[in-house]
Ligand binder design. Sequence first.
Ligand SMILES: [Zn+2]
Length: 320
Amino acid sequence: MKFSRQTTLRAQASVAGVGVHSGLPVTITLGPAPVDAGFIFVRTGLEGSDREVQATAEQVIATEFATVLGDHDGPLVSTAEHVLAALRGMGVDNATIEIDGPEVPIMDGSAAAFIAAIDQAGIVTQPAQRRFIQVLKPISVKIGDSFGEIRPHATGFRVEVEIDFANPVIGQQSYAFDLNPEGFRREVGRARTFGLMCDVARLWSAGYALGASFDNTVVFDDERLLNTEGLRYADECARHKVLDVIGDLSLAGLPLLGAYRSVRGGHKLNHAVLTALLADRTAWRVVEGEAARRTTRPVGEVGRGIVGGRIAAAFGPDVS
Ligand SMILES: [Zn+2]
């Protein structure tokens, strides 16, 4: 992370497209948010008033094919992970995400359009130290043959992904990434959503993937890649899983200092590991400072008055 201070967007920038699961047209507008606000979705276009949902783990209400945020009144924003990955990946701490439909647009299946919107809006620093969740001890979760673990790491946030598909074209892939904005833009942000042709009928019958096409999904059958334009990276599938992890783990509410490893994982595993981490108050603490220089310090040592807003409130006495 380059900045030791929190950042937000300088201006608003919009992205319009269709939802991959709903097939519905939708526009999202990224914009500034105050210090300690985190990422806030504002659902517009509803009968009655707009509804807000904080992009945090406790607002996750489904993880089957995408990460869905909502509240006691039901789902509000589906497929939140790619735009959240773009914000976290590019080093934005606080942003509003206005959305006029139920699902974030899939665009080309990657985070590229959201990165372009962040570039267009510009990033500005804010008058408060960046705060992090520092992982203090390993937390692991096993779900079927999936395994996920988050553990302490010397500096920054590292993601290690291993995938192992029976499909011979995808097969085994692994990718490790130390999060930084330029690396995210170049190596991870452009990796697209992928799927198997044989799964499409099943997804359609379940009401998913209605907007999926070769324009937004890398599709494989048992013998080959079906997209005529080819892959952006030989290991694009593993890189996309890294993109999803960055989005899903942004729901910690603050940037993480730690290393996350996912084996045959997905949104459900990512959410389970994050939830298990946050539930164990001996496994993390909030620190502030410049992670890359190891000058972080526990927030408790720097006194009162430096934190406020909803994210700070969510972490309660630890940061007061
Ligand atoms: Zn994804």
